[in-house]
Ligand binder design. Structure first.
Ligand SMILES: Nc1ncnc2c1ncn2[C@@H]1O[C@H](COP(=O)(O)OP(=O)(O)O)[C@@H](O)[C@H]1O
Ligand SMILES: [Mg+2]
Length: 531
C-alpha cells in the first residue's frame, strides 16, 4: 500500500467521502439559484414557471395565456399557482421535470430559449419542499388527452422524483384546475407552497410581470394578488415573433473538450464529413483546407484522432475563413413589438425602438434591441428606469454588474437633450435593452446579469446612440416649440395693452379690431405658413 495505508484505513478514509447529488448541493446553495430571501424567492418561483410557460407556448406557436394566483397563509407563507395554455406535458415526463434537477428539453439544443439548464422549475419545487415541507402538485393536459395530476417530491439524496399521487382527472370534476374563467383545452397548472414575502415595490412580482409584458406583448397575463386584487397585462399583438431555429456549433466558438466528445460520439466516416455535418458553415472546401492546414488526412475516421490532433484541427480552423453562423437561430421581437410593449405598459409621450442586425461573438450569434420611452405616464412614475432583458426574460437584479448598464453609461445622454446624473440619464425616461442569443454570457447561475464583453457592449451602445438621436430630435423640437409658445403668449398679452394705447394715440380706431390685428401679426410671425 502506498504511504503505509492499509486496506482498512483506506476504507475508513473513503467512509468520510460520499457522492453529493446536485439536489443536495443546491439545497445548501439555494442562493445561487435566486432563493436567498423570502421576498426574492417568490419572484424566482413565479419567474421560472412563467418563463417555462412562455417557452412552451412559443415552441408550439400558441398565443400565451397565463394566470398567476397568489394566496398568503400563515405568517410568511404563500400558495402560488401558475396556469398556462401551452401544449402540456406527457405523463412520463411530468415527475422528472418537477422532481429532478438538471432535467429538461433545452440544454442539448443550440436554440434561443428562456430556460436552458433544466434547473428552473425543479429548483422552485425543491425550495417549496425545503421551506414548507410540501410537495409540488402539477396538472397537465395535452390536447385530446385526459388531464394528469401528479403530486411529486424530490428525493434530494438521489436527485430523483418520488411520486406521491398519480391520477387521471376528469375535466368535469371539481378537482380539475379550471373554473370557466380559466379553462384551457391544453396546458399545465402548477401549485406550490413556499416561504415567501409578497411585496409591491421595485423588486416584486408586479414589476417582473410588467417587464415581462413589455417584452412579450403577444401574451395575456393575469395576476391575482393575495388581497384579491387582479391585474391584467393585456395582449396587444396576435403575432408571435419568428420561431428560432436550432443551429449547430460554429468552429470558431467551440471548446476543445466539447469537440473531443463530439469526435467520440460521431458516426461520421471521415474527418471531412465530421466537420461538414456537425458544424455550421463548413463546406467541402473549408473542411479540406482545415485538414490540410492541420496536416491531418481528411479521410481518417474521426474517432481515431488523438487529443493533440483535435487541438490542431481547431487551431487550423481559426486560420481558415469560415462564414459567420446563420442568424435564424435568433428571435428578437422586432421594433414594432418593442414599441407596442412600451406603449401599452408605460403610455409614454414618445417612444422609439431599434433592432440591430445580428452579429457574432466567438462563433455565437447575438442580436441587440433597444427601446426608449419618454414622458407621458412615466412623468408620474418617477425618474429613470432600465428595462434589461436576455432572451425576452426581464433581469431585475445586479444592475450595476450588467453589460446593459455599462453600455447605457457609456452614452452621452446630454447630447440627446436628456439631462444626466453622473453617467446615468435622468427621467422621465425608461431605457430598454434586450440581447437575444443561443448563448447569453450570464455572470452567474442565477442568470441575473450579463457579462461585460466588449462586442456585446459595443452593439448595445450603437443601438442606444441610434435610439438616443431620435429621442434627442424629439426633445429638441419639443423644447423649441415650448420656447415659441412662451414668447407668443407674452406678445399676445401685450396686444391687450397696446391696442387701447394705439387707439388713443391715433385718436381713432376700433380697440377690438386693433387687438385682433396685433394678435394676427404675432400668430403670423410664429406660424408663417398660416399667413
Ligand atoms: N409549463 C410547461 N409546459 C410545457 N413544458 C414545460 C413546462 N414547464 C416545464 N416544461 C418542460 O420542463 C423542462 C424543465 O424545465 P426547467 O426545469 O424550468 O428547465 P429549462 O426551462 O431550463 O429547460 C423544460 O425544458 C420543458 O421541456
Ligand atoms: Mg425553465
Amino acid at each position: 500500500m502506498p504511504n503505509g495505508l492499509d486496506e482498512q484505513s483506506m476504507e475508513e478514509t473513503g467512509g468520510d467521502h460520499r457522492e453529493i447529488s446536485v439536489a443536495e448541493f443546491f439545497e445548501k446553495n439555494k442562493h445561487l439559484l435566486g432563493f436567498e430571501n423570502a421576498q426574492k424567492s417568490i419572484i424566482t418561483v413565479v419567474k421560472e414557471a412563467v418563463d417555462n410557460s412562455l417557452d412552451a407556448c412559443e415552441e408550439d406557436e400558441i398565443l400565451p395565456e397565463i394566470q398567476v394566483l397568489i394566496d398568503e397563509y400563515d405568517d410568511k407563507k404563500c400558495r402560488v399557482e401558475i396556469r398556462d395554455n401551452a401544449i402540456g406535458l406527457d405523463r412520463e415526463t411530468i415527475p422528472k421535470v418537477f422532481g429532478k434537477l438538471l432535467y429538461g428539453s433545452k440544454f442539448h439544443k443550440l436554440q434561443q430559449s428562456r430556460g436552458q439548464q433544466g434547473i428552473g422549475i425543479s429548483a422552485s419545487a425543491m425550495y417549496a419542499q425545503l421551506t414548507t415541507g410540501e410537495p409540488v402538485t402539477v396538472y397537465s393536459k395535452q390536447e385530446g388527452e385526459p388531464c394528469h395530476k401528479f403530486v411529486v417530491r424530490i428525493d434530494t439524496e438521489k436527485n430523483e422524483p418520488e411520486i406521491i399521487e398519480d391520477e387521471v382527472i376528469d375535466s368535469d370534476s371539481d378537482e380539475f384546475p379550471g373554473d370557466q374563467d380559466y379553462y384551457f383545452d391544453h396546458g399545465t397548472t402548477i401549485e406550490m407552497q413556499i416561504e415567501a414575502k409578497y411585496t409591491k415595490g421595485h423588486h416584486s412580482i408586479r414589476n417582473y410581470l410588467k417587464h415581462t409584458a413589455i417584452m412579450n406583448p403577444y401574451a395575456r397575463v393575469v395576476l391575482r394578488e393575495p388581497d384579491g386584487n387582479k391585474i391584467e397585462y393585456p395582449r396587444v399583438s396576435k403575432e408571435l415573433p419568428e420561431k428560432p431555429k436550432e443551429i449547430k456549433p460554429h468552429l470558431h466558438g467551440v471548446e476543445l473538450g466539447v469537440v473531443l466528445r463530439m469526435v467520440d460520439n460521431s458516426d461520421a466516416r471521415t474527418v471531412s464529413s465530421f466537420l461538414q455535418n456537425e458544424f455550421t458553415r463548413v463546406g467541402r472546401t473549408s473542411a479540406e483546407n482545415i485538414c490540410e492546414e492541420a496536416e491531418i488526412d481528411e479521410g481518417r475516421r474521426p474517432n481515431t484522432l488523438s487529443k493533440d490532433e483535435v487541438e490542431q484541427l481547431l487551431k487550423a480552423a481559426e486560420n481558415v475563413k469560415l462564414q459567420s453562423p446563420p442568424t435564424d437561430c435568433l428571435s428578437p421581437i422586432g421594433e414594432d413589438l418593442v414599441l407596442k410593449g412600451l406603449k401599452k405598459e408605460l403610455n409614454p409621450e414618445f417612444s422609439t425602438a431599434i433592432t440591430r442586425k445580428p452579429t457574432v461573438y466567438k462563433g455565437n450569434p447575438f442580436q441587440v434591441e433597444v427601446g426608449i420611452a419618454y414622458g407621458g405616464d412615466i412623468e408620474d412614475e418617477g425618474s429613470y428606469e432600465e428595462l434589461r432583458y436576455a432572451n425576452k426574460v426581464p433581469l431585475l437584479y445586479k444592475k450595476s454588474a450588467c453589460v446593459t448598464t455599462k453600455a447605457i453609461e457609456e452614452v452621452s445622454w446630454n447630447r440627446y437633450n436628456v439631462s444626466q446624473t453622473g453617467n446615468r440619464p435622468q427621467g422621465p425616461v425608461y431605457i430598454l435593452v434586450h440581447i437575444a442569443s443561443v448563448w447569453v454570457p450570464f455572470t452567474s447561475e442565477g442568470k441575473e446579469a450579463i457579462a461585460n464583453y466588449d462586442p456585446i457592449r459595443k452593439e448595445m451602445k450603437l443601438a442606444l446612440q441610434e435610439a438616443g438621436r431620435k429621442l434627442g430630435r424629439y426633445i429638441g423640437r419639443k423644447e423649441r416649440k415650448e420656447i415659441q409658445e412662451k414668447k407668443k403668449r407674452k406678445l399676445t398679452s401685450y396686444a391687450k395693452e397696446m391696442a387701447p394705447a394705439i387707439a388713443e394715440l391715433a385718436e381713432e380706431g376700433d380697440v377690438d379690431d386693433l387687438e385682433n390685428r396685433i394678435q394676427k401679426m404675432v400668430e403670423a410671425d410664429y406660424n408663417p405658413e398660416q399667413l
